[in-house]
Each structure stands twice: as structure tokens, then as C-alpha cells.
Design a protein around this ligand. Structure first.
Ligand code: FAD
Length: 368
């Protein structure tokens, strides 16, 4: 704490970097040591082609000649309304990447140079359920329900008919796709009893929260003394909800989810609580009061992007490389074509194809 205090005297944030911050900082340090010329506040506005080859990047502060080539890495098109409307399903929110960027610049620059945008992936974005909460300072926060609550025992998701529509413990991508597919599941409702709320939390409501007043006052967390009261407050079908919870509770006692097989594979059990037997993802919902929050489907980033080859070279409609043009990260079409086999499906390929693009630009041999 003392070290952090000392850092804050000199900087607007703590300077001990961990996780992604540390990774990027180390990369930056390498770039500085190698004398890389870094420009800030110089947003790219387009590419300049000479004789069919990408020869320069136009920026807000002038032209940058590309002696070897240009790597597009502007983060996909999550924040571009036009590309969203064309490529993503209606009714989904726009979460990510949080902050600026992802306005589709890289995709548009690529297309202006003749590149091909892949449109027919299994899914054109990676998806997550999301809830909107209010922070202490009044600003709106967005909570992506990736791995912390959905798979825990005694937490279920229902639609407006009070019916479950998927196993709650599948990947966030599969869960949100189920929300988009199921009737009356946007918004959906993540629901539990007092015991599970205390032990596992629910979205922005932390486990072991001594006071729920703030989240209740903002309407984020809805409370009911009975399931019927909760259903009435959420405008969902009370009889449907009571039927669903009765069946879930009976299944929880045997450990076999007869509706959706929650906890039936290693991924799902990992998101549960291994102390809970016989099924780490199930426990009867029976300790009043009952709680729920609203979930919306949102993208975590786009999967559709520019068609590339094994060296991250951008390809045109005929499958030929656009001379001098590369793409990686979300500007490159997902190598998983929008399927979610497991964690890291965006950052892993981003790092890998960034490296491959750099090796190719440097003229290094392609690894086998
Ligand atoms: C909450 C959340 C959790 C996630 N968790 C995971 C995870 O666990 N594992 C995983 O693999 N992925 C995860 N992802 C996805 C991952 O973060 C993104 O896929 C990844 O950051 C995309 O990298 P990128 O380099 O393509 O784009 P970004 O990281 O968005 O970087 C693009 C950069 O380009 C800049 N830029 C944009 N336009 C221009 C322009 N015209 N000129 C100059 N600069 C420009 C932007 O400002 C930005 O700095 C998560 C995403 C979210 C939102």
C-alpha cells in the first residue's frame, strides 16, 4: 500500500504492472530499446497505394511511408453501426472492446486496397451475457458474465416465460447465442436464492456483500420474498418460474439436470463449485429471499475480419495477397471462424499472427 501511495504521487495510476498491462509494457520497453519510432495521437485515416502496393499510411498528422508493409490491427468493428447492422444479429448490445477504437477502420482500409472481408463465419462475433449496473460515482458499468457466476450451484437463467433455455454453465459465447436463439430471452434473468447470492455473488454484486442496498436501489438487483413476488417484479410468468424451479430443485437433489445437462462435462464442472455434490453446478433454490438480475447478449469483439494467409498477409477476392498489407487481431478473420473452443481464442491468434506478420515483413523464414 505504501509503495502504491508513493507511485500515485508521481503518476495518475499505480505503476506496478501485472497481467495484460505487464505484457504490453514489456513489449513497449523492447520497442523503445530497439529505437522504434512510436507516434501517439496520430489516428490512421487510410492507406496510400502505389502500383497496387500499399506504400503508406495516411494519419491525422501526416503520411507514414511503408518501406516493407502495413499491419492492420485496429480491433475489428464492434463499434461501427453500419458493419454491425450488416454482419451481426439484431438486438445485441455493444460491449467491447471497452474504450475507443474498434470502429472498423482496419477493415475499411483493407477493403479500399482490394482486400476481402469474410462474412460467412459460423458466427461473426464472440458473445457474452452482460448486465448493466450503476457504479458508486453514478456512471454506468457493464458486467460481462464470463466465468464467475452462471455455473455456480443454485444459479439459473430463465426467459420471460420463467423457463430455462440452456445449461447456465456452458461457455459465455454459447450461453449468449442461446439467448439470441431462445424466445423471450433478451433480456434473460439470472436468478438465485439468498444462500447462493451470499456465497457466489451475482454479476456486479460481490460474494459476501454485507449490504445490497445500492444495487437494489438502482434496480440492478431485484429481490422477492417469494418466487411469485420476484416474477411479478420482473414481469415474468410466475407459474412458469415456479414450475422451472421445482423441476430444477428435484434434479439438484439427484445431481442430474434432466433439462439441459448442466455440469455434464469438464468445462461446466470447472465453472461450478467442486465442494458441491453430487453436481458442482446444482443446488436447490429454496432459501428466501430470491434475487435476479437482467442479462443482455453482447459481443466481446468481432470474429469476422479480413481474409489472410498463414503469414497474416491480407488476401483479395481472388485469394491473392494484397502487396504490402497484413492484418492481425480482430481485423483478421477469426481462425476459429467464430466458434469458441476455449479461452484465448482471440488473444492467442492475435499474438501468433502478429509475430508471423513481423517475421514475414522482416524476411525471416516461415516456421514449419
Ligand atoms: C471484457 C473482455 C474480456 C475478454 N477476455 C478475453 C480473454 O480472456 N481471452 C482472449 O483471448 N480474448 C479476450 N477478449 C477479447 C480480446 O480482448 C480482443 O479480441 C483483443 O483485445 C483484440 O485485439 P486487437 O489488437 O485486435 O484490438 P484492440 O486491443 O482493440 O487494439 C486496437 C487498437 O487500435 C486502435 N485504433 C483503432 N482505430 C485506429 C486508427 N484508425 N488509427 C490508429 N489506431 C487505431 C485502438 O485505439 C486500439 O488501441 C476479451 C474482451 C473483452 C471486452
Amino acid at each position: 500500500m505504501a509503495a502504491y501511495g508513493a507511485q500515485r504521487l508521481a503518476a495518475p495510476r499505480g505503476t506496478r504492472l501485472v497481467l495484460g498491462n505487464a505484457l504490453v509494457a514489456r513489449l513497449l520497453l523492447s520497442a523503445i530499446h530497439l529505437g522504434v519510432d512510436l507516434r501517439f495521437g496520430a489516428g490512421a485515416t487510410g492507406l496510400r497505394l502505389e502500383g497496387g502496393r500499399v506504400a503508406a499510411v495516411e494519419t491525422e498528422t501526416g503520411s507514414l511511408a511503408a518501406t516493407r508493409g502495413v499491419v492492420l490491427a485496429t480491433g475489428g468493428f464492434s463499434h461501427d453501426p453500419q458493419l454491425r447492422a450488416t454482419l451481426l444479429p439484431a438486438g445485441a448490445c455493444d460491449l467491447s472492446p471497452v474504450g475507443a477504437g474498434s470502429t472498423g477502420d482496419g477493415v475499411r482500409f483493407g477493403q479500399s486496397a482490394g482486400a476481402s472481408l469474410v462474412r460467412d463465419n459460423l458466427h461473426n462475433a464472440f458473445w457474452t451475457p452482460l448486465s448493466h449496473y450503476r457504479r458508486d460515482d453514478g456512471s454506468q458499468g457493464m458486467f460481462p458474465h464470463t466465468v464467475v457466476d452462471r455455473g455456480k450451484p443454485g444459479i439459473i437463467a430463465v426467459n420471460a416465460d420463467g423457463e430455462r433455455f440452456t445449461s447456465e454453465a456452458v461457455s459465455y459465447h454459447e450461453f449468449a447465442l442461446a439467448m439470441l436463439r431462445a424466445p423471450r430471452a433478451n433480456p434473460a434473468f439470472l436468478l438465485c436464492d439468498r444462500r447462493s447470492l451470499w456465497q457466489y455473488g451475482l454479476g456486479a454484486v460481490r460474494p459476501f456483500a454485507l449490504s445490497l442496498a445500492r444495487h437494489r436501489a438502482h434496480g440492478y438487483l431485484v429481490e422477492g420474498r417469494t418466487l411469485g413476488e420476484l416474477a411479478a417484479k420482473l414481469a415474468i410468468d410466475a407459474a412458469g418460474l415456479e414450475r422451472t424451479v421445482a423441476r430444477y430443485n428435484a434434479d439438484a437433489r439427484t445431481g442430474v439436470d434432466t433439462a439441459f445437462g448442466i455440469g455434464s462435462d469438464a468445462y461446466q464442472r470447472f465453472l461450478g463449485d467442486l465442494a458441491q455434490r453430487p453436481n458442482p453446478c446444482m443446488r436447490p433454490i429454496e432459501t428466501a429471499p430470491f434475487y435476479a438480475i437482467r442479462l443482455h447478449p453482447s459481443d466481446l469483439g468481432t470474429a469476422a475480419g479480413l481474409l489472410t494467409d498463414e503469414n497474416a498477409r491480407v488476401l483479395d477476392g481472388a485469394g491473392q495477397p494484397v502487396p504490402g498489407l497484413y492484418a492481425c487481431g480482430n481485423d483478421m478473420n477469426s481462425i476459429f471462424l467464430g466458434a469458441y473452443p476455449g479461452p484465448g481464442i482471440t488473444l492467442g491468434p492475435a499474438l501468433t499472427f502478429g509475430t508471423l506478420a513481423a517475421r514475414h515483413l522482416a524476411g525471416a523464414a516461415t516456421p514449419a
